[in-house]
Design a protein around this ligand. Sequence first.
Ligand SMILES: Cc1cc2nc3c(=O)[nH]c(=O)nc-3n(C[C@H](O)[C@H](O)[C@H](O)COP(=O)(O)O)c2cc1C
Length: 223
Amino acid sequence: MTESQTSRRSPDPLGLADRCSSGVDPATFRAIMGAFPTGVAVITSYDRTGHPRGLTCSALCSVSMDPPLLLLCVNGNSGALRAIRDSAGFVVNFLREGRDWLSQLFASASPDKFSRVAWRRSVATGLPWLSEDTIAHADCQLVSDVEAGDHAILIGLLVSGSAPVHTAQPLLYWQRTYASWPGTETSTVDQTTTVVTTVVPTEPPDNGAADPSPPTHRRYRIP
Ligand SMILES: Cc1cc2nc3c(=O)[nH]c(=O)nc-3n(C[C@H](O)[C@H](O)[C@H](O)COP(=O)(O)O)c2cc1C
């Protein structure tokens, strides 16, 4: 997709600099927004050198049925954001239950996130797809890119994807805690040390595939 086909960034397109001032500090904002439970996705793309890049993302929702659009909000400093802009596309990988380790991996600054996960090229865009650890994926072309504060709102057009089979369960996230539906498994992100500990063993995947997840109780530190 060319730059003219993608609605590109302009400085402060929403005019927020003039209109926005708030007495709410970041911790309060995080606490309020953390009250809203979500699923967890990993957004993947290629950078301009052809290396796969990705980040964990929960600021994600559907936008439109016709055409099929979804949106993500990504920090302006994200390395994966640059890759998404370079490729003018991304894959939304909706994580399966028990993949809290994978969520933490893609939320880290690790330079080789993809060496520890199974992935292949997606059907439509050819972008990286985490095929073994997801319950669904959405293969998207980037059609709009709007700066909003310190994040970018990215709108993607779904050009391909896969929906969950009835046996697949999602990874859930609420108040810095991972869980499974209907709540048989949890792991907590420690507020002060940002260390994650899985406290209940992970079930093997329902499709019979080899489970690539590392042993439970393994700890991941976010750099
Ligand atoms: C559960 C969870 C949800 C997250 N959601 C978002 C999000 O919606 N947008 C975002 O920019 N970062 C989000 N992050 C943080 C990024 O994953 C993190 O900053 C990551 O290091 C970015 O990687 P990159 O710099 O290689 O792109 C989330 C992290 C976690 C653990």
